[in-house]
Design a protein around this ligand. Structure first.
Ligand code: G3H
Length: 539
């Protein structure tokens, strides 16, 4: 590990405790309750971790092979999900919550058996540190368990009749149909499961297309999925987006699109649906969350939170701080401390203890980072930290760029990587103006100690973003808090309990309150004649 650039290991130098043999799961996918092996076209999966050759050149390590399914196979996955849904008459959408919960609990047991494989694949496929990879896995398990508890809670309050204006009714949440789930590369496990799990638990059936980076780590889980869920309830496919997702969306048979990625791709997918009025969308898209540092901010806190907020997982988080707006009166002091803290971050391989900075997975990401920095430098900014921008293969050392101005890409475009752009402001109205002109509206972080001034900013910003963090960085968690955004940042809300609502619709059985109808309702309930109309609930 080093605080300068980075040294990539030879294959022999990789510790035993970090190695993984992905050939065990090569080319696997799940359709209709069957784990299949694809014999058609497949693609190499290359790691952001490079190995040096004898001549000093670097080559990305091979992790495994991913199946490049074709349109026919994609249609088979969709057909399996449709059959399991069966116009809402399938076994799964009609199963009682206790049955679905039992399947989910079984799945969690299977998940835990392959934890180490998934963690190692996270390190190799997307370059996430072991600590963060373990935390992604464990957080996902907790999320599944909390979702089960939230469903029990929901079920307990839904299992009663209401009497209103001479009408008796029972109102429950019911599933929506076939859900297409697509998670992102930066949280490939967690952000796939935070939509897939609530969707399935509510009785929907799912086709999940795995992300281009971060696909293999799902494959050790396929057996657990096959064992836990009835055939067709969960289908997992891989391949080239347009080839695999195009036919699925164009069929018009997707009822819900759960997509975490860019608004550009989300819009392409939505437009492919022939009856968009039928399509519900739950999306998590881009963000450009600013940190605002006021003159009276505690600089120890502000610097530490901005560094971690901007550079955890190399800045590749939708919630990352992507611009720091610091008051001009303290800008010099703040920037100097920020630079020291950024340059002190240890860089290395994901398995190195204490490592914070790691190689980047996306093709040509260092070049993309360099071009955004170049744009700013050409317009008058500078890379102000000593190590900023040092590049070795897939590794790019974080650059603090200052002073960033509105005409520079880094002021308004999402960098999604290791750059910390810093701009100054004089009047608080400039912060309001920044948010008004931004196409995004996810979160802000405010650093200061004057309650009156903070209150003014909270009121100015609260209807422009979805979460304001005071003296702390932007983040998604705790997962019981609503996670959403305004403008081009999100559609729908995902928290443990909100997700159950997002993947369901309220359905009502109502009748006029008279003796005959009361008799019928009573007989249905006491005779346990209906799965829907019941006062049963799960403890
Ligand atoms: O990429 C966006 C993630 O939802 C961020 O989650 O704030 O917990 O890192 P996080």
């Amino acid at each position: 590990m080093t605080t300068a650039a980075i040294r990539f290991p030879t294959a022999d130098e990789v510790p035993e405790s970090a190695r993984v043999d992905a050939s065990r799961w090569a080319n696997r996918y799940l359709i209709g309750g069957e784990v299949r092996e694809w014999s058609g076209e497949s693609a190499e999966v290359r790691s952001p971790i490079c190995h040096p050759a004898a001549d000093g050149t670097l080559a990305r390590a091979m992790v495994g092979r991913a199946p490049m399914l074709d349109a026919d196979e994609a249609n088979r996955a969709l057909a399996a999900a449709k059959a399991a849904w069966n116009h809402g008459r399938g076994e799964w959408p009609n199963a009682r919550p206790a049955r679905r919960i039992g399947c989910l609990e079984r799945f969690v047991e299977g998940m835990l058996r392959v934890r180490e494989d998934v963690v190692r694949l996270l390190m190799w496929e997307i370059g996430k540190t072991r600590k963060d990879s373990e935390s992604e896995f464990d957080r996902t398990v907790v999320y599944v368990r909390d979702t089960i508890d939230a469903l029990k809670e929901q079920d307990r309050s839904a299992g009663r009749f209401v009497m209103e204006e001479g009408t008796i009714g029972q109102i429950r949440r019911s599933p929506l149909g076939v859900v297409l789930c697509m998670g992102p590369f930066n949280y490939p496990l967690n952000e796939t499961f935070t939509t897939l799990i609530p969707a399935v638990l509510m009785g929907n059936t799912v086709v999940s297309k795995l992300p281009k980076y971060g696909a293999l780590l799902h494959l050790p889980l396929l057996d657990a999925m096959r064992e836990a869920f009835p055939a067709g309830v969960v289908n997992i496919v891989q391949g080239d987006g347009p080839k695999v997702i195009g036919p699925i969306m164009q069929s018009g048979d997707v009822d819900v699109l759960a997509f975490i990625g860019t608004s550009r791709v989300a819009n392409i997918l939505k437009k492919q649906h022939p009856r968009p009025n039928r399509l519900r969308c739950i999306t998590g898209l881009e963000a450009k969350n600013p940190a605002i540092v006021l003159p009276d901010a505690n600089l120890d806190v502000a610097v530490a939170e901005c560094v971690s907020g901007a550079l955890s997982y190399n800045g590749q988080r939708c919630t990352a701080i992507k611009l720091v707006l610091v008051h001009e009166s303290i800008a010099g002091k703040f920037v100097s401390r920020l630079c020291d803290a950024v340059d002190a971050l240890p860089a290395g391989m994901p398995w190195d203890p204490g490592v914070k900075l790691t190689p980047l997975v996306e093709d040509d990401k260092p070049k993309w980072m360099a071009s955004m920095v170049e744009d700013a430098v050409n317009k008058g900014a500078m890379v102000v930290n000593t190590l900023g921008g040092k590049t070795v293969g897939t590794f790019y050392r974080p650059a603090v760029v200052y002073p960033v101005k509105p005409d520079m890409q880094l002021y308004s475009q999402e960098q999604f990587g290791p750059i910390v752009p810093v701009a100054t402001f004089r009047e608080d109205a400039e912060i309001d103006a920044f948010m008004r002109s931004s196409p995004y509206g996810q979160q802000v972080a405010l650093f200061g100690s004057d309650s009156r001034r903070l209150a003014g900013l909270i009121d100015a910003l609260v209807n422009q973003v979805s979460r304001i963090n005071v003296n702390t960085q932007c983040r998604r968690g705790p997962d019981t808090f609503p996670f959403t955004g305004r403008k081009d940042s999100a559609e729908g809300t995902l928290s443990v309990s909100d997700a159950l609502r997002a993947f369901s619709i309220r359905a009502t059985v109502a009748t006029a309150s008279n003796e005959e109808n009361k008799r019928i309702m009573t007989e249905i309930v006491t005779g346990r004649l209906s799965s829907f109309l019941t006062t049963d609930f799960v403890f």
